[in-house]
Design a protein around this ligand. Structure first.
Ligand code: ADP
Ligand code: ADP
Length: 228
């Protein structure tokens, strides 16, 4: 089966038609970059994939799980990690506590196991030395890498990134994108909403261009960047 299958997806915000007959299939291990103007529905689309937004018609199937009720949404969410523009770290907790006191604890992991797993993913995002600090002691780029590590601690099969570098100072963008490229090279299935075309060129298997709630074009990075 596909990692994600979206069929004829429609979403309205009241009478505003935010997603129009979206069809998108993402294979296991595939890296999709979604781009398009502000307000075109990119964020709404990926938020529908883990049911942060409900949809009005059409179907979403994630790793064979048909989204249809609370139980299926819970199963899907356990396989899908999401990283937002804002890092949403708890300011009064250390980085380690931010990683261990959430879902890992809720799932009944021992503190030692949770901390070991947190260190593994802090190493993965290249900041194992920051574990004991509070978020405010870290740069924005480091905080976003913590947010990525927090998501990875749930060992998701799929990662969704919603403009992960849009809140960062320019000099911090590449350190975050490099971490996402590492994940891509390890075969993580991902959908990344971004305006960073250099990233798309490096990491995307396929690009999806949205406008006014519809997918208007898809293709490989070569198709997009080498067109006259
Ligand atoms: P993008 O990510 O491409 O910038 P969004 O998916 O965030 O686009 O938004 C698509 C459109 O839906 C925009 O016009 C936005 O104003 C509207 N929209 C998004 N969220 C809401 C909401 N909660 N209520 C009403 N309109 C919304
Ligand atoms: P609440 O959090 O208010 O208890 P629900 O239990 O109704 O919300 O739903 C929990 C989540 O499951 C929500 O994010 C909602 O979008 C999603 N959900 C519920 N029913 C469906 C459905 N039939 N199809 C898709 N998603 C659903």
């Amino acid at each position: 089966n596909a990692a994600i299958e979206i069929r004829q997806l429609n979403k309205w915000y009241d009478d505003f038609h935010a997603l129009k007959d979206i069809d998108l299939t993402v294979a296991h291990g595939e890296r999709i970059v979604v781009c398009g103007p502000s307000g075109s529905g990119k964020s709404t689309l990926i938020r529908c994939v883990n049911s942060l937004e409900t949809h009005d018609s059409g179907q979403i199937v994630v790793d064979g799980i048909v989204m249809k009720d609370r139980a299926s949404v819970d199963s899907i969410r356990s396989e899908v990690g999401m990283v937002f523009q804002q890092f949403n770290l708890f300011p009064h907790l250390t980085i380690m506590q931010n990683l261990t006191l959430g879902p890992m604890k809720a799932r009944g992991m021992s503190r030692a196991d949770a901390e070991a797993r947190a260190m593994k993913y802090l190493e993965r995002v290249r900041i194992p030395d920051q574990a004991h600090k509070k978020p405010r002691a870290l740069s924005g780029g480091q905080q976003q890498r913590v947010a990525i590590a927090r998501s990875l601690c749930m060992e998701p099969k799929i990662m969704l990134f919603d403009e992960p570098t849009s809140a960062l100072d320019p000099e911090m963008i590449s350190e975050v994108l490099d971490v996402i490229v590492d994940l891509a090279e390890d075969g993580m299935t991902m959908i990344v909403v971004t305006h960073e075309m250099g990233f798309a060129r490096r990491a995307a298997d396929r690009m999806v261009f949205m406008d006014q709630g519809a997918v208007v074009e898809t293709g490989t990075p070569e198709d997009f960047f080498e067109r006259p």
